[in-house]
Design a protein around this ligand. Structure first.
Ligand SMILES: [Zn+2]
Length: 338
């Protein structure tokens, strides 16, 4: 399997400060994970996003305010989100990485794209930076693809709910948003009754999972709900907000996934769309060893190379299984799930 991988020095030049968890070393770990995976790597350098591309999901005034803020030396955009002078270029290239990858995949250069980019994107709102995110990279790409008539499915397995992405497509029936996340947790949204509005009712699907949930419940969630909904939705493109902070070793969250669970999710997503129609975006993940192992496992799964289960695996409690039953019950109003 050929994997298109984004690379540019700007992504590591985005400086967040010495003690910030969203740090450049995360990309070194993610790149090491791509190198470890049993795949062929094709590298590309993303361009800088034009204003028109960003304006698909962001307010022009917001984009310009970020440009001015970075040029003036940067600082804190919110209590978690820090930018410096170099962050503007990083944010532009991170936002263009998805559309650029889509164009390259259309030309047949690879089977799948994996984008180890910073800053991440899924918390960014149309007019506000949030949770380490400046521009919503996955949402920019979904809008870009939907604008030419494509149906787009976004699967978000970052441990945090992608509130920005959900909000941007809450009323859009052509873009499906599915998120599995810890709940309650930052940013506070992503309850099971957030299902989309108006004609888009049913095209937002949330799995709010209690602390301690492990890969057994995630695998069952894919089998019983995520895959049947994706198959019924029939997307042309599949975008993945691939955060690695649901891993057991992550310092910022409390779920208990292991590497083989990411391989299982990667494998489950194989074949849902045609070849060259899947793009994965790095979102969170703050344990470097876990990032490296999970990126390699995800790509192994997508390449159909088996990753054996760990000998000792966390077992989810009854609260996690009940949370899944509740999701099934709510989703049965919109989809054929059992
Ligand atoms: Zn996260």
């Amino acid at each position: 399997m050929k994997v298109l991988v984004a690379t540019h020095p700007a992504f590591t030049a985005h400086a967040t400060g010495l003690s910030h968890p969203e740090r450049p070393a995360r990309l070194t770990a993610a790149r090491a994970g791509t190198a470890d995976a049993p795949v062929d790597i094709v590298e590309f350098s993303p361009s800088e996003a034009e204003l028109e591309l960003l304006a698909g999901v962001h307010l022009v005034d917001y984009v310009q305010s970020i440009k001015r803020f970075c040029a003036a030396g940067g600082g804190q955009l919110d209590p978690d989100t820090v930018v410096g002078v170099d962050s503007w270029e990083a944010a532009l290239r991170a936002a263009a990485a998805g559309p650029d990858a889509a164009n390259l995949l259309e030309r047949g250069v690879a089977d799948v794209a994996f984008l180890p980019i910073r800053p991440p994107g899924h918390h960014a709102l149309e007019d506000r930076a949030m949770g380490f995110c400046i521009f919503n990279n996955v949402a920019v790409t979904a809008r870009f693809l939907a604008a030419s008539g494509n149906r787009v499915a976004i699967v978000d397995w970052d441990v945090h709910h992608g509130n920005g992405t959900q909000e941007m497509f809450l009323m859009d029936p052509e873009v499906l948003y599915v998120s599995l996340h810890e709940f309650p947790a930052y940013p506070g949204s992503g309850w099971v009754d957030e299902i989309g509005l108006g004609p888009a009712a049913g095209t937002t699907v949330n799995f709010p999972m209690p602390v301690g949930t492990g890969g057994d419940v995630y695998r069952a969630s894919f089998e019983r709900v995520v895959l049947p909904i994706l198959s019924a939705f029939k997307p042309d493109w599949l975008l993945v907000s691939a955060g690695y902070d649901a891993h057991d070793a992550d310092p910022l969250a409390g779920l208990s996934l292991l590497e083989s669970d990411y391989a299982a999710m990667g494998s489950a997503l194989r074949g849902l769309v045609g070849p060259g129609k899947t793009i994965l975006f790095l979102e969170g993940g703050y344990n470097l060893k876990a990032i490296q192992g999970c990126v390699a496992a995800t790509l192994s799964g997508l390449a159909a190379v088996p990753v054996p289960d760990e000998t000792s695996r966390p077992v989810s409690g009854s609260r996690s299984w009940r949370a899944l039953e509740f999701v099934v019950e709510v989703q049965q109003r919109h989809w054929q799930v059992v």
